[in-house]
Design a protein around this ligand. Structure first.
Ligand code: S3P
Length: 424
C-alpha cells in the first residue's frame, strides 16, 4: 500500500498591492497606524522611500510597524526626486496623492519603469487640475504640480487598479467626489481599504465612486499573504511538482475575488483547488487555499477573466506546457506594458526551452507537451518571468537556467528558498 504524501503548508509573504496601500493610507491617516507582516520587497521599499522623502516617518520595514500619519494633504514638499524604482504601483498611486498637494515633485524610476505608460494616470489627474510635465514622451521622469482639484467622472479604456486608485486617492486627498468606470472590475483593494477606514465608497461592477471625507482613520492591519505569490506554489502543486506529489496548503492568503482568477482557471484545467475564508482584514477576506495534483487540460482564457489574473498569466503560460491540449489567452494586451513585454518575453522563452508557443497581438497560445523542456531563459529583470520559469523547471524536472534570479526580490524575496523547500 502506498502512503498518501503529507500536505505541505506554506505562508507566502504579504500581499504587495495591500502593502503599498497600507503605507500610503497610514501616511495620510490622522494618527498612529499599526501594520503587521508588511511585504518587505523592493517595490514596497520604493513606496516607503517615496513617503519618507515626503516627510512621513516610516521606520525600516519590519514585521510590526507603527506609522504616524500626517493627515490628508499633510505631505511635505520633497527636496529630492522621488525614486519609484521598478514599481508601477508606487508611481501611479503616488501620482494621485501628489496631484492634490500644492507643490512640485519629480518622479523617477528604473529603466523598466521609465518605459511604462504614465499618460493613463496623467490624463485624468490633469483633467482634475494637476499639472504633469514629462521630460520626454509620456514616461518617467515626470514633474507633478498639484493643487486644488475638481471632481471627475472618468471612464478608463483599460481595467487598471493603478489608474482607478490614482483617481480615488486624488479625490480622497483633494476632498472632491470622484468616480471611475472600467471595462471589467480590476483589483479593488483601494476601495476596500478606504471603506474600512471610514470613507464612503460605492462599487458596482466596473464602477467605483468616492464621496469626500474630512479625514482618514488610523488603523491596525495584519497584511494577508499575496495570492499572486501563492499562485507559483499552487501551480507547482497542481502539476505534481511538490515533493512526493503532495498537496499544498497556502495559508493566510488574501482571498479577494478580484485576485483569484488564476485559481479559478487552475480548477477549470482539472486541478483539485479549493479555498476557504477564515477572517477579514480591513475589508479583505483571508483564508487558506488547498491544491492537489491532477492531470491538467488546456483551457481558453477570455478578456473578462484577465483582470483577476493579470499578474499570473506568465505562470499560466508556463503551466500550459504541462497540460494536455491548447491554452489560448486573449484580451491580455496589457501584458505588453508590464515590467517587460510579457507576451513577447514569455513566448520567446517558452520557445527557447523547446515548448510550442505562439505570440498573438493580445495574448498567446501554448500547446502542451510531454517532452523534456530545457535551456536558458532571459528574465528581462522581470520578477514574474523568473518565478514562472523557476516553477516550470521544477515541475518538468528539466534544466532551465535563468539569467537573473535576484529580480524576484521585487515581490517575493524568499521565492527560491521556498521553492527549494517544497520540492526537496
Ligand atoms: C496593481 C495593479 C495591476 C497589477 C500590479 C499591481 C496594483 O496593474 O498588474 O502588479 O497594486 O494596483 P494595473 O493596474 O496596471 O493593471
Amino acid at each position: 500500500m502506498t502512503a498518501t504524501p503529507a500536505t505541505r503548508a506554506v505562508r507566502v509573504p504579504g500581499d504587495k498591492s495591500i502593502s503599498h496601500r497600507a503605507l500610503i493610507c497610514a501616511a495620510l491617516a490622522g494618527g498612529r497606524s499599526r501594520i503587521r507582516h508588511i511585504l518587505p520587497s523592493a517595490d514596497v521599499h520604493s513606496t516607503a522611500g517615496v513617503l519618507r522623502a515626503l516627510g512621513v516617518a516610516i521606520p525600516p520595514l519590519a514585521d510590526d510597524l507603527r506609522i504616524d500619519g500626517r493627515g490628508l494633504g499633510g505631505l511635505a514638499e520633497p527636496s529630492e526626486p522621488l525614486d519609484c524604482g521598478n514599481s508601477g504601483t508606487t508611481a501611479r498611486l503616488m501620482s494621485g496623492v501628489l496631484s492634490a498637494h500644492s507643490f512640485t515633485s519629480r518622479l523617477i524610476g528604473d529603466e523598466s519603469l521609465s518605459r511604462r505608460p504614465m499618460a493613463r494616470v496623467a490624463r485624468p489627474l490633469a483633467a482634475m487640475g494637476a499639472t504633469f510635465v514629462f521630460d520626454d514622451a509620456e514616461h518617467l521622469p515626470l514633474a507633478i504640480t498639484g493643487g486644488s482639484l475638481a471632481p471627475i467622472e472618468w471612464t478608463s479604456p483599460t481595467s487598471s487598479a493603478q489608474v482607478k486608485s490614482a483617481i480615488l486617492l486624488a479625490g480622497l486627498v483633494g476632498r472632491v467626489p470622484v468616480s471611475v468606470v472600467e471595462p471589467v472590475r480590476s483589483r479593488d483593494h483601494t476601495e476596500r481599504m478606504l471603506a474600512a477606514l471610514g470613507v464612503e465608497m460605492r462599487s458596482c461592477g466596473g464602477h467605483a465612486a468616492l464621496t469626500p471625507a474630512t479625514d482618514l482613520s488610523p488603523f491596525q492591519l495584519d497584511v494577508p499573504a499575496d495570492p499572486s505569490s501563492a499562485a507559483f506554489l499552487a501551480a507547482l502543486a497542481a502539476a505534481g511538482g511538490v515533493a512526493g506529489g503532495a498537496s499544498i496548503e497556502l495559508t493566510d492568503v488574501a482571498l479577494n475575488p478580484t485576485r483569484l482568477g488564476f485559481f479559478r482557471v487552475l480548477r477549470q484545467m482539472g486541478a483539485d483547488v479549493s479555498w476557504e475564508v477564515e477572517r477579514e482584514e480591513c475589508g479583505e477576506p483571508v483564508g487558506t487555499i488547498t491544491v492537489a495534483p491532477r492531470a491538467l487540460t488546456g483551457v481558453p482564457v477570455h478578456a473578462e477573466q484577465v483582470p483577476a489574473m493579470i499578474d499570473e498569466l506568465p505562470l499560466l503560460a508556463c503551466l500550459a506546457t504541462r497540460a494536455e491540449g491548447e491554452t489560448e489567452i486573449r484580451g491580455a494586451g496589457e501584458l505588453r506594458v508590464k515590467e517587460s513585454d510579457r507576451i513577447s518575453a514569455v513566448v520567446q522563452n517558452l520557445r527557447a526551452v523547446g515548448a510550442d508557443a505562439e505570440e498573438l497581438p493580445d495574448g498567446l497560445r501554448v500547446r502542451g507537451t510531454r517532452g523534456a523542456l530545457g535551456g536558458a531563459i532571459r528574465s528581462y529583470g522581470d520578477h514574474r518571468l523568473a518565478m514562472a520559469f523557476g516553477v516550470l523547471g521544477a515541475v518538468s524536472g528539466d534544466d532551465i537556467t535563468i539569467d537573473d534570479r535576484e529580480c524576484v526580490s521585487v515581490s517575493y524575496p524568499g521565492f527560491w528558498s521556498d521553492l527549494a523547500r517544497v520540492t526537496a
